[in-house]
Design a protein around this ligand. Structure first.
Ligand code: 13P
Ligand code: SF4
Length: 311
């Protein structure tokens, strides 16, 4: 029974005792973002996990992110407050099917979004995140054929932007898929001067209305620099917490789903992590990411390619 415990104080005590670093994604609840040692996008969180000298990485994000931390820092204990914190993109791409997709296209390289399992990473040539995808694709010769998975919206966006014809795996993020174009247009009509910032996991009918398209860190940067007083944010709405901390005088509105509000765009996987579960994970050093060494080394190659090419 945790009632009566000052969770924030207990987490701070355990973080010191365990020599732990707490990493959080922008889609985590505000109370978790506020206590984290570092909050960032997928690329920044991978870099932090690779560089830290902590003994324990407490990863407040989803499982593929914690797995990435383990792949890059195998000697560390990596804990995830809730092991069920998955991702619809990862679920859409079972390794066996992805392997057959690769085998059907032997003259293609596999460029793969980081939102996938370690097994799919091991079957890939180069990993990308939303913030590194453009830099990386621009280094691949135009004649090189590419398969891109699992996010067909990010892949489609890059195909349009770079004039490529990458073959796309049919996965989607259920969160970004839930935005409504009709409701977005109504909101834009109410705020005619407000720009729209969108994540490339959004479908094209949302991205086409955006003034800025980029990763969560990119969107946050845009929020800090746009001219005007109101911004419409087409990504998971918990990122708005960082915008309100950085620029409290401006107005940030989450883009709506079909019901006209942004609550249906809360990531149900990210939401599984709570202060209680983070406390228990630090106390028990469990749930913990464990990984077969052969799988880890396989996945490491494509992640290392990303880190080299993204810098
Ligand atoms: P980024 O933070 O890298 O933009 O990723 C967004 C996302 O959906 C993570 O699951
Ligand atoms: Fe996966 Fe989408 Fe949730 Fe990110 S927001 S973890 S891509 S389901």
């Amino acid at each position: 029974n945790l009632s009566g415990l000052d969770l924030r104080a207990e987490i701070d005590r355990l973080r010191k005792e365990r020599n732990a670093v707490i990493l959080a994604h922008y889609y985590q609840k505000p109370e978790i973002q506020d206590l984290a040692d570092f909050v960032g996008d997928s690329l920044e969180l991978s870099r932090k996990a690779a560089d830290t000298d902590a003994d324990v990485i407490a990863f407040c994000g989803v499982k593929f992110m914690a797995e990435t931390a383990k792949i890059l820092s195998p000697e560390k204990i990596v804990i995830l407050p809730d092991m069920d914190a998955g991702c619809s993109l990862e679920d859409s791409c079972p390794p066996e099917q992805f392997k057959r997709f690769r085998e059907a296209h032997p003259d293609h390289i596999a460029l793969t979004y980081i939102n996938c399992s370690a097994a799919v990473k091991a079957l890939s040539d180069i990993i990308v995140t939303s913030s590194s995808a453009e830099t990386i694709i621009s280094q691949i010769p135009p004649e090189q054929k590419i398969i891109f998975g699992p996010d067909r919206h990010l892949g489609g966006y890059m195909n349009r932007k770079f004039g490529r014809d990458m073959l796309l795996w049919p996965g989607v993020c259920i969160v970004h898929e839930a935005f409504s174009e009709t409701e977005l247009l109504k909101l834009k009509a109410q705020h005619p001067n407000a720009p729209v910032a969108a994540h490339p996991e959004c479908p094209p009918y949302i991205v086409d209305h955006a003034d800025y398209v980029g990763s969560t860190s990119g969107i946050l940067q845009f929020a800090k620099t746009f001219e005007g007083d109101t911004l419409i944010v087409a990504t998971e709405p918990h990122i708005i917490h960082q915008m309100e901390l950085a620029i409290p005088e401006k107005n940030f509105i989450g883009a709506p789903g079909a019901d006209g509000n942004c609550n249906c765009n809360i990531c149900p996987y990210m939401a599984l992590n709570t202060m209680e579960k983070l406390y228990i994970a630090l106390r028990d050093l469990s749930p913990r990411i464990e990984m077969d060494e052969e799988l880890r080394l396989g996945a490491r190659k494509s992640l290392d390619r990303m880190l080299e090419m993204a810098s």
